[in-house]
Design a protein around this ligand. Structure first.
Ligand code: NAD
Length: 489
């Protein structure tokens, strides 16, 4: 592997991790961002967001000098010969992805280039963007300077970003020249040597892979959530249904966790952008089902608010403790967070809401400054009439139901993520509700077992095959590092 001098333009969740990861792979990296505060923090070795393992990696390579940061694109143009574009592509007002940040980078960077250069897009973009950028680059590049473009979509999951960057499950290289493909293969020689599969494609396929992957995952989550609606109408249990479905290898158990639904900076915006792009391409029918997936997902938030209303009657003057604000555990990202959305709605309906999130109190407060935030779960739950479990952080699974019971006014819990061991809470005399589950039926079953077999608790009893899984995560839900899988990509 040769040492490459690269720049990473846009140092948010994706770019900061990619920059540190490329330094770890042995390259000289300069990270560029238009936000001076972000660059100031990164240059001092501080990660301005929560991502396990990234602070250590960043500090290591800032100290080694292999990783530097600047706000100057000119400096990056002079020092690097491969530029990764990692700027945001947020959802525009019509649902389409806003690619203006990418255009701004290309328009500024390309005229400054004086030597042969490869630009590599990593941001998630509507199919066809790369082709349009190639034409733009050809128009604005200095005469005689070769500027090539490749697309290398990123599949990292927040919370697992470092692992996903250094050991991805696949590398997709969208390239139109052998040189571009060779450069990217050489850059990623470490992971490739480990056996990471490489899929080389044309540009449009590489753009589609990322949105297609997210559309598939969103569909799987919304599918099980649509089944949860039927479970609620019939008294069936969606967690058992998911376990039973998941044993079929063609289906698999992952991404079949029913609950509050998906959110974050990727899945919701990516499926809406795909719908908008299909409209533009004159193929609206091809992904029409994604509108339904989006609607099913939004209905989960309504459902949890309904369940809360059913638990407390009127919200006026009611104190609600909300556990979790980030869109998924191990992240402080609150973009389109279902947890924060529900908390805001409850407050708007008149409840006194206090939130605790292990990492996202600050990011959530920036969006919802009128909510109250607590320093820990017990403080959030003090004198609460209702406790809502909205983001499945591991520490919430470790809470002692008896200790929480000592501080609340009423022992009522909604496990909106179907991630807690509800029987532990029931054993501590909590009334527990969970979407897609009829916990009363489980209670009745427990009573029956108790009468017939002398066992008092459901999870103590010898359960019929399949029931056991209600109290444990199935193996497919546990990641390589032993942590519970997040809800979202
Ligand atoms: N967050 C993820 O988990 C993830 C995973 C895979 C792909 N993606 C995709 O990666 C892209 C970036 O996502 P993110 O979550 O890192 O976004 P982000 O908002 O966290 O970061 C974007 C960064 O780009 C910077 N920026 C914007 N315009 C700039 C410019 N002209 N010059 C320099 N910097 C500029 C912003 O200041 C910001 O720091 C998106 O297309 C997203 O869909 C994200």
């Amino acid at each position: 592997m040769s040492l490459h001098r690269i720049s990473v333009i846009g140092t948010g969740y994706l770019g900061a991790t990619h920059a540190a990861g490329m330094a770890e792979l042995g390259h000289e990296v300069i990270g560029v961002d238009s936000d001076p505060a972000r660059i100031g923090a990164l240059a001092e070795g501080r990660v301005p967001f929560h991502e396990p393992g990234l602070p250590e990696l960043l500090a290591k390579h800032v100290a080694s000098g292999r990783l530097q940061f600047t706000t100057s694109l000119k400096e990056a143009a002079e020092r690097a010969d491969t530029h990764f574009i990692c700027v945001g592509t947020p959802q525009g007002p019509d649902g389409a992805a806003d690619v203006s940040h990418i255009h701004a980078v290309i328009d500024q960077l390309v005229p400054m280039l004086t030597t042969p250069t490869l630009i590599v897009g990593k941001s998630t973009v509507p199919v066809g963007t790369a082709q349009a950028l190639m034409e733009r680059i050809a128009r604005i590049a200095k005469p005689g300077v070769e500027v090539d473009l490749a697309w290398n979509p990123e599949f990292l999951r927040e919370g697992y970003a470092v692992k996903d960057t250094l050991h991805p499950n696949r590398l997709v290289i969208g390239a139109t020249t052998p040189d571009a493909e060779w450069t990217l293969r050489d850059l990623y020689q470490g992971p490739i040597a480990e056996g990471v599969p490489v899929v080389v494609t044309d540009l449009p396929t590489s753009e589609l892979v990322k949105v297609a992957a997210n559309a598939f995952l969103a569909t799987k989550i919304s599918f099980i959530n649509s089944m949860a609606e039927l479970c609620e109408a019939t008294g069936a249990d969606v967690t058992l249904l998911a376990d039973a479905l998941g044993h079929d290898e063609r289906i698999g158990r992952r991404f079949l966790n029913s609950g509050l639904g998906f959110g974050g900076g990727c899945l919701p915006k990516d499926i809406r952008a795909l719908v908008a792009r299909a409209d533009e391409l004159g193929r609206p029918e091809s992904v029409r089902f994604l509108r339904d997936m989006d609607e099913i997902n939004q209905r989960r938030r309504d459902r949890i608010v309904e369940m809360a209303a059913a638990s407390v009657g009127s919200f006026r003057g009611v104190k609600i403790a909300v556990l979790g604000a980030s869109f998924k555990p191990d992240s402080d990202d609150v973009r389109d967070s279902p947890a924060l959305d529900v908390a805001i709605r409850l407050q708007e309906a008149g409840a006194f809401v206090t939130i605790y999130d292990p990492a996202a109190n600050l990011t959530a407060r920036a969006i919802a400054p009128t909510l109250r935030f607590a320093a820990n779960a017990l403080t959030a739950c003090r004198k609460a009439d209702l406790v809502l479990h909205l983001t499945e952080w591991a520490e919430f699974g470790e809470l002692d139901p008896a200790a929480v019971g000592d501080v609340v006014r009423r022992k009522v819990l909604i496990d909106a993520r179907n991630a807690l061991d509800v029987h532990r809470w029931q054993d501590a005399d909590w009334v527990v509700h969970a979407p897609g589950r009829s916990l009363d039926a489980l209670d009745k079953h427990a009573e029956r077992v108790s009468r017939d077999g002398g066992h008092r608790h459901v999870h103590d009893a010898k359960m019929p095959e399949g029931c056991e899984a209600t109290t444990r995560r199935s193996p497919q839900e546990i990641s390589d590092d032993g942590r519970a899988q997040p809800t979202e990509a």
